[in-house]
Write a protein that binds this ligand. Structure first.
Ligand SMILES: NC(=O)C1=CN([C@@H]2O[C@H](COP(=O)(O)OP(=O)(O)OC[C@H]3O[C@@H](n4cnc5c(N)ncnc54)[C@H](OP(=O)(O)O)[C@@H]3O)[C@@H](O)[C@H]2O)C=CC1
Ligand SMILES: N[C@@H](CC=O)C(=O)O
Ligand code: NA
Length: 358
């Protein structure tokens, strides 16, 4: 990463699980000559100094966060600057074109801008260089999924189908709830969802995972990187066919806390689904598919044989993504590993920042 350039100014929006892990990685001594943290914000406060800040001082600030204010400050600073959005906030996502058009890069694990309406996505990808919007951690957390797909496409391989387990939360839930052996001694469904939340795998509202929306967002992001499907999903994740695991009675629950409190009412329903699979010698796994040849993008809870790789090879929050391409055929290119969790997600965010430094 040797560079004689002035350090890049880094503004971090969101210091929750991923944001805090990112700040730790940003403080690595090897990075010190190359980066300067000038801004940090939570949903309630912000801290800025052109000469650099200590993120630990954010909690003492009384200033309310302002995206317009941040844009003005970074523009006035001049030089290279990057906004690192570690929120899942839609409003922050909608602000990316303004940052990019002002020459400020964006690095983020937030899926909202890349998986929503096509118009916002197109504004982002058509922003003028040198500003770039990088989002490796939006799919598979730190796993090299976006990079791999871009490499396949840019070297003129033809993508035929992408399929796999794309949710760390749903992987954890079904690896624990519907293992290949001794499924009936597994804890209740609701308890495992609670654990996934405590481990930092879920979205701020776990219904976003159980509804399939988070997987639909990831499938949208992947589809838009495949030349044949760039414009195939005009409404983004809403255009993807998904099967939801959220019980009807819990659909409108506003907070994640209330959602997990009410979920035990439905433990019996989920045990029933598992028993049906067990009778066929199968396990439950939530799988997403981008079928380029058929033009189909969908996600659903499926039954797999207890000897299938999705049943035997996955543990914890593992994602597994298979790229079936003209070159990687008949055997796909596989990427597998932890697909959720603060440290691995922050690593993917950091890997994007390192790309900007090179
Ligand atoms: N956790 C994971 O394993 C993965 C997460 N991601 C993505 O990473 C992002 C962050 O996830 P995670 O850290 O787990 O979530 P958290 O809920 O822990 O953190 C999000 C933080 O964003 C802050 N925030 C919300 N709105 C704003 C705003 N307008 N301005 C400043 N700060 C704001 C919140 O602040 P406050 O505390 O004040 O409310 C909160 O602390 C999400 O987009 C998620 O989808 C992607 C891959 C994996
Ligand atoms: N909630 C998501 C986090 C990463 O994107 C998941 O479980 O995969
Ligand atoms: Na990734």
């Amino acid at each position: 990463m040797a560079s004689s350039k002035a350090p890049i100014s880094v503004a971090v929006i969101g210091v929750g699980l991923v944001g805090s892990a990112f700040l730790k990685q940003l403080a690595l001594p090897a990075l010190a000559p190359h980066v300067r943290l000038v801004y940090a914000s939570s949903s309630k406060r912000e801290l800025y100094s052109a000469s650099g800040i200590q993120a630990s001082e954010l909690s003492n600030s009384t200033a309310a966060p302002s995206l317009d204010g941040l844009l003005q400050r970074l523009t006035a600073l001049g030089g290279r600057a990057v906004v690192v959005d570690n929120t899942s906030d839609e409003r922050v996502a909608q602000f990316y074109p303004k940052f990019l058009n002002a020459g400020i890069s964006v690095v983020t694990p937030n899926k909202k801008a890349f998986s929503g309406p096509l118009a916002l996505y197109q504004q982002i990808v058509s922003a003028p260089p040198p500003a770039r919007a990088l989002h490796e951690s939006t799919v598979g957390a730190g796993l090299p999924i976006i990079q791999t797909l871009n490499d396949l496409v840019q070297t003129a391989d033809k993508v035929l189908r992408i399929e796999g387990v794309l949710s760390g939360t749903l992987s954890y839930i079904f690896n624990e709830f519907s293992p290949a052996a001794n499924a009936s001694s597994a804890p209740p469904f609701s308890q495992i969802v609670k654990e996934a939340r405590e481990k930092g795998y879920t979205e701020p509202h776990p219904a976003d995972d159980l509804s399939g929306s988070d997987v639909a967002r990831k499938l949208t992001i992947l589809s838009r990187l495949v030349p044949e499907l760039v414009t195939a999903l005009p409404e983004g994740y809403l255009s993807v066919s998904v099967s939801s695991l959220v019980p009807d009675a819990l659909k409108d629950i506003k907070t994640g806390d209330e959602f997990v409190q009410r979920l035990p009412e439905f433990d019996e329903y989920f045990s029933g689904l598992r028993s049906e699979a067990e009778k066929e010698g199968k396990v439950l796994r939530y799988v997403g598919v981008v079928d380029v040849e058929k033009g189909v993008v969908r996600a659903a809870l499926e039954k797999y044989s207890a000897t299938h790789a999705f049943a035997t090879a996955l543990g914890g929050s593992d994602n597994i993504i298979a790229f079936h391409t003209q070159r990687y055929s008949p055997r796909p290119l596989l990427v597998q590993g932890a697909g959720a969790g603060a440290d691995v997600t922050a690593m993917g965010v950091m890997s994007d920042l390192l790309k900007l430094l090179r």
